[in-house]
Design a protein around this ligand. Structure first.
Ligand code: F2R
Ligand code: MG
Ligand code: MG
Length: 349
């Protein structure tokens, strides 16, 4: 489909659920051999799989809250979104949430809390979380706002409900921007795509809070820009090993060690790659490659799945894979609702 087509919207949300569900199998694994990944993915084609459907985790649970809040409030409403996260957690606490964020979700359960950003600010002795929990649920912001300034603004605020460290919420900004650009067809020119992300993040990371957090955590001055430059260097190489990707970009639970990695997965898998099945198309390659990196596989595949889905569109998701994933149908319907809302918002200016 063309820029911001319904197929791209559906691809973004279904791709995110798919990544979360298929990636859950390997979350936390240090080494994931490709044959195990392929066995897992090929098993999804099996008509009479004994294992039933793959359950979604916190990544999708929180993304669903973001979508529902944006739709019912017709925009960003921090009180509503915060309460929705808290309610979802209290109804279904066993979805594999991060151990820190649970404290925030319990505090947010109080209806009409005066300052819904306060519990997040109290995390980790006032330093705030730098986990990827804000980024993993950021895709819907790109589907709800057309203007890239709004995408950045609301992805940041949505993440700050649980992640007050700039290395957490700026990961959400980067992820939402990547989905936004992909929706517009920007992945047709991969180098332009990565340069645009670097340019945007230079502005984002110039803020004083970001500079201060980077200093405090002994990161480079512009941590996300630095990682995106590494993505660019890796893109220019003919051969890149899994070990090099992990050592350059990371595969961990911190937003800094997973959002640029997810972006690299998508970029790397735009082309046929040695070691990935020849019959796999871009979407399937992105999924397989995200899993073989190990570490935070559900979240890296979820974020990569959203960016890739916005590029390839929903038709690139194998039907059998979608059928195996809890919440894929709901994501598809939600994407249609968000798409209906999208043209009514002011155009990019
Ligand atoms: N939590 C997991 N996976 C492991 C546990 C699953 C469990 N085995 C199960 O089966 O139930 N996955 C999910 O968590 C990630 C998103 O986490 P989020 O929302 O960012 O949580 P949190 O707690 O804020 O941060 C995660 C951890 O990062 C470290 N951390 C963050 N900020 C820190 C700081 N300022 N100082 C020190 N450490 C900090 C802590 O270890 C946090 O617990 C996704 O992967 C999702 O899938
Ligand atoms: Mg998870
Ligand atoms: Mg995870």
């Amino acid at each position: 489909g063309g820029p911001a087509s319904i197929a791209r919207f559906r691809g973004a949300l279904v791709g995110a659920v798919l990544g979360d569900c298929v990636g859950g199998e390997f979350e936390g694994a240090e080494e994931v051999p490709m044959d195990r990944v392929l066995q897992h993915l090929n098993g999804l084609q099996d008509e009479d799989r004994g294992e039933g459907i793959l359950q979604y985790s916190d990544d999708t649970a929180m993304t669903r809250c973001v979508v529902q809040s944006l739709l019912t409030r017709a925009g960003f409403d921090e009180q509503d979104m915060a309460y929705s996260f808290a309610k979802e957690y209290s109804l279904s606490p066993g979805r594999g949430y991060g151990s820190g964020v649970i404290q925030v979700l319990k505090k947010l359960r109080v209806p009409k809390l005066n300052d819904v950003f306060q519990p997040a600010r109290a995390q980790f002795n006032g330093r705030g979380s730098f986990g990827n929990g804000g980024a993993m649920r950021a895709a819907p912001f790109a589907l709800a706002f057309r203007d890239h300034g709004d995408v950045k603004r609301y992805a940041r605020l949505g993440a700050m409900l649980t992640h007050s460290c700039s290395l957490g919420y700026n990961g959400a900004v980067l992820q939402a921007l990547a989905v936004h650009l992909s929706l517009q067809g920007a992945l047709d020119r991969p180098h332009k795509f990565i340069n645009r992300l670097i340019m945007e993040m230079e502005e984002v990371e110039s803020e004083e809070a970001a500079r201060q957090d980077a200093r405090l955590l002994k990161e480079s001055e512009f941590p996300f820009c630095d990682r995106l430059h590494r993505v660019k260097d890796l893109m220019e190489r003919n051969q890149v090993s899994i070990e090099e990707v992990i050592s350059e970009l990371g595969n961990g639970i911190a937003a800094l060690h997973s959002v640029p990695t997810a972006i690299f997965c998508v970029l790397h898998c735009l082309e046929v790659r040695e070691g990935l099945p020849e019959n796999y198309r871009g979407m399937e390659r992105t999924m397989a490659y995200s899993l073989v990196l190990g570490g935070d596989t559900d979240t890296i595949a979820c974020m990569g799945g959203a960016i890739a889905g916005a590029h390839y569109g929903v038709d690139a998701v194998p039907n059998a894979w979608g059928r195996c994933c809890e919440g894929a149908d709901d994501a598809d319907r939600s994407a249609e609702h968000l798409h209906k809302l999208y043209p009514r918002l002011p155009p990019e200016g």
